[in-house]
Design a protein around this ligand. Structure first.
Ligand SMILES: Cc1cc2nc3c(=O)[nH]c(=O)nc-3n(C[C@H](O)[C@H](O)[C@H](O)COP(=O)(O)OP(=O)(O)OC[C@H]3O[C@@H](n4cnc5c(N)ncnc54)[C@H](O)[C@@H]3O)c2cc1C
Length: 268
């Protein structure tokens, strides 16, 4: 009997998981593996802000964010590998990855007959001085969260939100959000709900410039400011200032119409 063909899915977000579900539903005769860099099976990223509704919950499952558990994947005979894909050898049909499972380190590789890349997108992070610490720079992964100053997060994963909550519990009380679009405002609401002094920086002349026109964006700016969140529009971000031991301490900005730089101090 011929050996089963193997399908390797890289990335276990909404798309990677939907693909696996469809493949399983069709009873296709494949050995399925999924390589995932986040430390838990796929969950609903769109509902991420709900994570703040129950800050003390131990498990994201409690908030119904999860699409599937490790046990369910096992039942479906889907092999879940925690790791970050680093290189594809198309000739040898194998993917090498950095191992990220509990207690694992180093690298390994997994072979495939069919490779599916479902790696999604990544957050745009402005490449201003101070955003990456030279001593922590990762040449293989320019967007490596570990290369940023402590206290600098993107708003994308459960780990990012846990980082925000941990920082809040440790006493962080001033937060600056870069980006006044949909996700920036969600992030601003999150830090506002954590009782932090909150600022939003938007380089366009008004908030949500992709979705709104100027009059609507200006009304929104006024509404957000009325909540007690400081909105800075038409602002330029010049540098992320950090302490000698690599903790964020502020953002150097040029406010609209100003000719001198200002350090907006922050903990996050
Ligand atoms: C807070 C928030 C709210 C959102 N709200 C909405 C909304 O209301 N409406 C909407 O349409 N969209 C929304 N989005 C966007 C939506 O989440 C994405 O469009 C959707 O998640 C895309 O699914 P995906 O599976 O393609 O990618 P992702 O969800 O990004 O999943 C890709 C996975 O692949 C992993 N990966 C990447 N590279 C590698 C690698 N080299 N090795 C291993 N794994 C890797 C990533 O870590 C990730 O886990 C929101 C996003 C966020 C963060």
């Amino acid at each position: 009997m011929a050996a089963k063909k193997s399908v390797l899915v890289v990335g276990h977000g909404l798309i990677g998981h939907s693909f696996i579900e469809k493949l399983v539903e069709r009873h296709a005769d494949f050995e399925i593996s999924v390589l995932r860099e986040e430390p838990r099976p796929a969950y609903n990223r769109v509902m991420l802000t709900q994570y703040f509704e129950n800050k003390d919950a131990d498990k994201h499952d409690a908030m119904k964010l999860s699409y599937v558990s490790e046990a369910e994947l096992k039942e479906l005979s889907v092999k879940l590998i925690y790791g970050r894909a680093m290189a594809i050898d198309r000739e040898a049909r194998s993917v090498s990855y950095t191992m990220l499972g509990k207690g694992e380190e180093g690298s390994s590789s997994v072979s495939y007959d069919v490779l599916v890349l479902a790696t999604g997108s990544f957050c745009f992070v402005p490449t201003v001085p101070g955003m990456t610490l030279p001593e922590k720079k990762n040449v293989h992964w320019p967007d490596d969260p570990a290369s940023r100053p402590e206290g600098v997060f993107v708003y994308r994963t459960i780990e990012d939100l846990e980082g925000l909550l941990t920082a809040a519990k440790a006493g962080a009380n001033r937060a600056v959000v870069i980006g006044g679009g949909l996700l920036g405002l969600e992030a601003a609401k999150a830090v506002y709900d954590l009782k932090m002094e909150s600022h939003v920086l938007e380089m366009a002349p008004y908030l949500m410039p992709t979705q709104l026109n100027e009059p609507a964006g200006t009304v929104l700016t006024q509404k957000i400011q009325a909540l007690g969140i400081s909105v800075h529009v038409g602002v330029q971000i010049k540098e992320i200032a950090h302490t000698e031991d690599g903790k964020v301490r502020g953002i150097l900005i040029l406010e609209k119409g100003a000719d001198t730089l200002v350090l907006l101090e922050c903990d996050l």
